[in-house]
Design a protein around this ligand. Structure first.
Ligand code: M6R
Length: 690
């Protein structure tokens, strides 16, 4: 998905080469999100000159393009400067230089913009602006934003007195869709305006001295009078004027002791991983905030005072370390993240599960437990891997709580306009907390009065902010596009919620204790599975690598493992793979089975073991030779069968172990296929469009 990074230095001398390096390094930190082209904008030598560089492919190609610019003085030093950069993931128009960001208002680059998200009314805007004489050069939705900024600027009567913030307010008023955007302009040198709606954006601050306060006041008010009124004869109408009602307040945090601006650097990004190496002091923008940085000061504006929106933005300290987001000794982030699971599962349970008293305490849910216990039903809503974690825990949730639980794919849930009521509890599971389908489903449920619970890995994400309550899974940053450790941590978080909800049911005490003991043993069990990695690598190389397709079968608690394993295999190795509920085998999929069809069957020791055994017989009767994922010491399995043997644990936790060999197999299949494992084609880590 697209990535935004910008750097503004004030009263801090930095040469042009270093500025370009900071910008491209910021983009490199965002590479994991997936992208197909990159670009940046920095100042030229003369007043009003902006240089834009764009390239298709990796950030390294952009760096090469920049290095080739011999006529530019890269040693020129700027005491104050604003530069911005972007990685693009094509949505409107092919990956190409012209479609890459930054986009510009005109050939003189008067306004430049980088944008994440989608402007849904860009066609109408484009039509209006073309009629007004503005010439478009790209196929993107973003270019309409830059042109609109110039249109508003050009339309001022008399002296041009519009501030940069008011100009952007005027732009934002016309936009529909989702966005995070940063603006730069030759009319406002060394100044930046950033805004967001439905797409994340944060601002890192670096000063030699500690900031005086840890918040910024929000300034509320309409747009200034200079913004043009409706465009005559246009197929869409631009909004009419609003009288300004500004409440001025001082951004005390950024001034020196004597109230004067001080040496300061700002790093703006769509993701904290691009900022953390420069500063850990950050502020997250909320939807519809408009941030302006000018002469060292950051001010936050909003068009109107909304009920329930805080009038300050807190300046927080980021808790991730750069080392945490680096690959370490592993070849790929995906591999590192699979191997991190013995630790990440502990982090998910830390401070929450007391293994001595067999008690679970989830601070984020505490005051809502009685409401949840009284609800009519629980609806799990998520996408992809997160959906699979919901499916994996649905049965134990129902067993422990005796509340009916349904699982919903967020996109389908919205498509169906599913009935939701005030006495429903809706649980939104999302690693990123920024998945558009899940966020929209959550807003839909909020509107209908349901209690909304977030289960996410990202503190400060839209889902964690907008839900009523929730649990952070604390799995640590997940960089690889393929979710691995997030799956196991989400799984555990949901099990912990079910345990806590059922604590008032004494009849469930033994079951709860058994599960908590299973959770205690989990890190050791995962390590045992990781220890058979070489065996799995050989299996991938010698048996599966050349195959076109792979079926993964199981039932009960293992159905979710089949779906998640198949998703991992197809997304990173591009091999077709299908997860099949073994109970459904005879209703169709059995037709695929013969001596040539590779099959993995999950047959662990739980109450459904005899039924899975019969599925095994159905497969072998058709000359299928499945690889069986089974428990260590299961002697009932034919000695000639190929097996992947894993430790046995409590039935409802067994999926936390059966998934690990499938994650490893998918990783090895991807490496053997020569796929860029962390950036599989056509995929992005955080899917912020519907
Ligand atoms: O961030 P989310 O958990 O909401 O993302 C939802 C899916 O896009 C995601 O789980 C996706 O299926 C996995 N990254 C695939 O490995």
């Amino acid at each position: 998905m697209c990535g935004i990074f910008a750097y503004l230095n004030y009263l801090t001398a930095v040469d042009r080469q270093s500025i370009a390096d900071i910008l491209t390094q910021g983009l490199k930190r965002l590479e994991y999100r997936g992208y197909d082209s990159a670009g940046l904008a920095i100042d030229g030598d003369s007043d009003g000159e902006v240089l834009i560089f764009k390239e298709v492919g990796k950030v390294a190609s952009l760096q090469k393009l920049i290095q080739e610019q011999n006529t530019i003085d890269w040693t020129k030093t700027f005491t104050s400067h604003c530069g911005m950069a972007h990685t693009r993931w094509a949505t409107h128009g092919q990956p190409s230089r012209i479609n890459s960001h930054p986009h510009r208002s005109d050939t003189k680059n008067e306004f430049t913009v980088v944008h994440n998200g989608i402007i849904t009314n860009y066609r109408e805007l484009r039509l209006v602006l073309e009629k007004k004489g503005y010439t478009f050069e790209s196929e993107t939705d973003t270019e309409a934003i830059a042109k609109l900024a110039k249109y508003i600027w050009d339309s001022q009567k008399g002296n041009k007195t519009l501030t940069f913030t008011d100009l952007v307010k005027g732009v934002v008023k016309e936009l529909e869709g989702a966005f995070a955007m940063i603006f730069k302009s030759v009319h406002f040198p060394n100044e930046i305006v950033a805004t967001r709606r439905g797409s994340p954006l944060l601002i890192g601050v670096k000063t030699p001295k500690k900031l005086k306060v840890d918040f910024v006041d929000v300034e509320f008010g309409g747009i200034a009078e200079e913004i043009p009124a409706e465009v005559e004869g246009a197929p869409t109408t631009f909004s009419s004027l609003e009288v300004p009602k500004l409440r001025r307040s001082e951004s005390r945090a950024f001034l020196s002791e004597d109230g004067l601006p001080q040496q300061i650097e700002y790093f703006l990004a769509s993701d904290p991983s691009a900022v953390v190496e420069h500063t850990k002091t950050v502020l997250y923008l909320l939807d519809d905030d408009i941030a302006n940085i000018r002469e060292g000061e950051l001010r936050i504006h909003r068009l109107r005072r909304d009920d329930g929106i805080s009038s300050i933005r807190s300046i927080q300290t980021l808790e991730i370390e750069l080392a945490e987001i680096m690959k370490g000794s592993f070849d790929h982030f995906m591999q590192k993240e699979i191997y991190e699971q013995p630790e990440s599962v502990v982090n998910t349970m830390r401070g929450r599960v007391n293994f001595d008293t067999h008690k679970v305490t989830l601070g984020g849910l505490k005051t809502y437990l009685p409401t949840i216990r009284r609800c009519r039903r629980i609806v799990f809503i998520a996408c992809g891997t997160s959906y699979h974690s919901a499916l994996a825990t649905r049965a134990i949730f129902e067993e422990l709580t005796e509340i009916p639980v349904s699982t919903e794919l967020a996109s389908d849930f919205l498509d169906r306009k599913t009935p939701i009521f005030r006495d429903d509890v809706c649980v939104f599971i999302s690693q990123s907390g920024e998945t558009a389908d899940t966020i929209l489903a959550m807003r839909y449920c909020l509107e209908r009065g349901a209690l909304c619970v977030g289960v996410t890995n990202t503190v400060g994400s839209s889902i964690s902010r907008e839900s009523h309550c929730g649990v952070h899974i604390n799995a640590g940053p997940e960089i690889g596009v393929a979710s691995t450790k997030a799956y196991t941590s989400q799984f555990i978080a949901l099990v912990m919620i079910a345990i806590q909800l059922s604590e008032d049911r004494t009849s469930m005490t033994d079951r709860r204790n058994e599960i908590i003991d299973g959770l205690h043993a989990l890190p050791g069990h995962i390590k045992e599975v990781l220890a058979i990695d070489q065996e799995l690598q050989r299996l991938a190389r010698d048996v599966l690598h050349k195959e076109k397709s792979l079926l993964i079968m199981g039932r009960g608690f293992q159905h979710a493992t089949c779906l998640e394993g198949a998703l991992k295999i197809k997304e990173v190795s591009y091999m077709h793979s299908e997860g099949i509920l073994a109970g459904e085998l005879k209703h169709g999929p059995l037709a695929l089975v013969d001596e040539n069809m590779p099959v993995i069957l999950i047959m662990t020791r739980d109450s459904l073991y005899p039924k899975v055994r019969s599925a095994l017989e159905q497969v072998t009767a058709r000359k299928g030779q499945p690889i069986i994922i089974c428990n260590k010491g299961d002697d009932a399995i034919n000695a000639e069968s190929k097996t992947i043997r894993i430790p046995q644990t409590v039935d409802c936790l067994q999926g936390l172990l059966t998934i690990v060999p499938l994650q490893l197999l998918s990783y090895h299949l991807a490496c053997l296929a020569g796929v860029d494992v962390d950036f599989p084609r056509n995929l992005a880590k955080s899917v912020t469009v519907e």
